[in-house]
Design a protein around this ligand. Structure first.
Ligand code: URA
Length: 232
């Protein structure tokens, strides 16, 4: 049963996705064609979090499948990272009408789904895509200042990236985004540093930190389950 804040525990990504698909927690459910829970590896080391589904995503029920999604695929291949090895989702799981910004009440209603996805996937690195996703984690952050900075959020690394749609609109942002994506391996290495687990897990652990420079020698972890977790 959900608690009064709508929080509950789910034991699998599939059960979250099933609930997202029939969710009526906010009015976005009235205008959506399909909810877009997210997709990718359940043992991903990197989780990309966008803002909310657009028109193509709404039609297909999958995240980042439109123009911005094609660019995301290209940026991933340049690292190189396979899309199937990461998890991709959004702050809100249903399309805001006319691609307007998600409202705080909608972000809050969807929050328990995102929290549970993060808990279950347990990514080392959260890569936020765009301003809305970044300020969900760091309310005072600024995407123009903080993109590409390796930060700590609770016991994870957070790497703020521009939204691919913003990169499509500006060659300056495109260049910055391409070089920020190149920092993903470094963010993964930073996540292996002891600070990852230092202290209490909680909002007070969130902090801006300089990048860990020059770390090397880490090897891919093996997941304790059947699947081998790839570097990404
Ligand atoms: N933009 C987003 O923020 N998310 C998507 O899934 C697609 C476009």
């Amino acid at each position: 049963m959900p608690d009064s804040a709508g929080r509950r525990s789910w034991d699998s990504l599939e059960s979250i996705s099933s609930e997202v698909r029939v969710c009526t927690r906010c009015s976005l459910s009235e205008t959506r064609i399909n909810a877009v829970p997210g997709e990718g590896s359940p043992v991903a080391s990197v989780m990309f979090i966008g803002e909310g589904p657009g028109s193509q995503e709404d039609q297909q029920g999958r995240p980042f499948v439109g123009r911005a999604g094609k660019l995301l695929d290209n940026l991933l291949s340049a690292v190189p990272i396979e899309r199937r090895d990461v998890y991709i989702t959004n702050i809100v799981k249903c399309r805001p009408p006319n691609n307007r910004d998600p409202q705080p009440v909608e972000v809050e209603a969807c929050g328990p789904f995102l929290d549970a996805q993060i808990e279950l996937i347990n990514p080392r690195v959260i890569a936020t895509l765009g301003r809305h996703s970044l300020v969900h984690f760091f309310p005072n952050a600024k995407i123009s200042r903080d993109h590409g900075r390796i930060m700590r959020w609770r016991n994870r690394i957070l790497l703020p990236l521009y939204h691919p749609a913003a990169a499509l609109r500006s060659s300056r942002v495109m260049q910055a985004t391409a070089s920020d994506f190149e920092r993903i391996p470094e963010a993964l290495l930073a996540a292996l540093s002891p600070k990852r687990t230092a202290g209490r897990v909680g909002e007070s652990q969130s902090s801006y930190e300089p990048a860990v420079e020059g770390a090397s020698g880490a090897s891919p972890e093996t997941d304790s389950g059947e699947r081998q977790q790839s570097m990404f």
